[in-house]
Design a protein around this ligand. Structure first.
Ligand code: SF4
Ligand code: SF4
Length: 219
């Protein structure tokens, strides 16, 4: 698969082409809520063997040391926001092997990279790294939301996943240069970022380099 987005030739509006992941085992994300005990929702016997091997290969090597104590969840803003798959539950879902559930849900993309979970984890599991590994898995499966595509486009174009377009005036008031001393002012650094991105699975998927709409046009 080489194309991320289909373009409407009249409007120029792109629509993300996501893989259709079927719920072959008869479950549905709508069954999930943030507080329902996991054991009431899934039958662990129906999980996908092998998923637990996939995540350590994506650099989250300590997942099997998780004791499900819940400290990471207590610190996680995703829980307060009502997302179904916060750190602890992502780990649980991986262990019992329900990949489709994670990929069909936007929770992993809402992680704020605050690293609170990693700070409080008594087992040194690094739950944040597991969230990142899960995102890597999602990219490989081509299961990423359009908001993530926008972030990738911004990262490729500016070196910042979230570019602060209105930062100039406030920075000037503080006596700072209008643009921060990052890839925005050092073009060679931006080229390095782009070189790295071109070596990732993002390039294999056709997500980068990107076209005028922040996406790769279908020819
Ligand atoms: S804090 Fe660490 S051990 Fe506890 S549930 Fe979270 S990842 Fe697992
Ligand atoms: S890094 Fe992500 S998963 Fe960890 S506490 Fe912050 S938002 Fe939650």
């Amino acid at each position: 698969m080489k194309t991320a987005v289909e373009i409407d030739v009249n409007s120029g509006i792109g629509t993300a082409v996501m893989p259709k992941i079927s719920h072959s085992r008869g479950y549905s994300c709508s069954m999930l809520n943030n507080t329902q005990p996991f054991s009431e929702i899934f039958d662990p016997a129906q999980g996908q063997p092998g998923l637990i091997q996939e995540i350590p290969e994506l650099r989250a090597t300590k997942i099997l040391e998780c004791t499900q104590c819940g400290k990471c969840a207590a610190a996680c803003p995703l829980v307060l926001s009502g997302f179904s798959f916060y750190n602890k539950r992502v780990i649980q879902t991986i262990v019992v092997g329900f990949k489709d559930l994670i990929l069909n849900d936007s929770s992993i993309w809402a992680c704020q990279s605050c690293n609170r979970c990693t700070e409080v984890c008594p087992m040194g599991v690094d739950p944040f790294e597991i969230m990142l590994a899960t995102r890597r898995m999602a990219v490989r499966e081509y299961a990423l939301p359009t908001t993530a595509i926008e972030g990738i486009k911004s990262l490729y174009d500016t070196g910042h996943a979230v570019y602060i377009s209105e930062a100039g005036i406030p920075r000037k008031k503080l006596g700072l240069p209008e643009t921060p001393p990052t890839t925005t002012t050092y073009h060679e650094a931006l080229l390095e970022v782009q070189t790295i991105m071109k070596k990732t699975v993002l390039a294999e998927l056709g997500l980068i380099p990107m076209g005028v709409f922040g996406i790769t046009e279908r020819l």
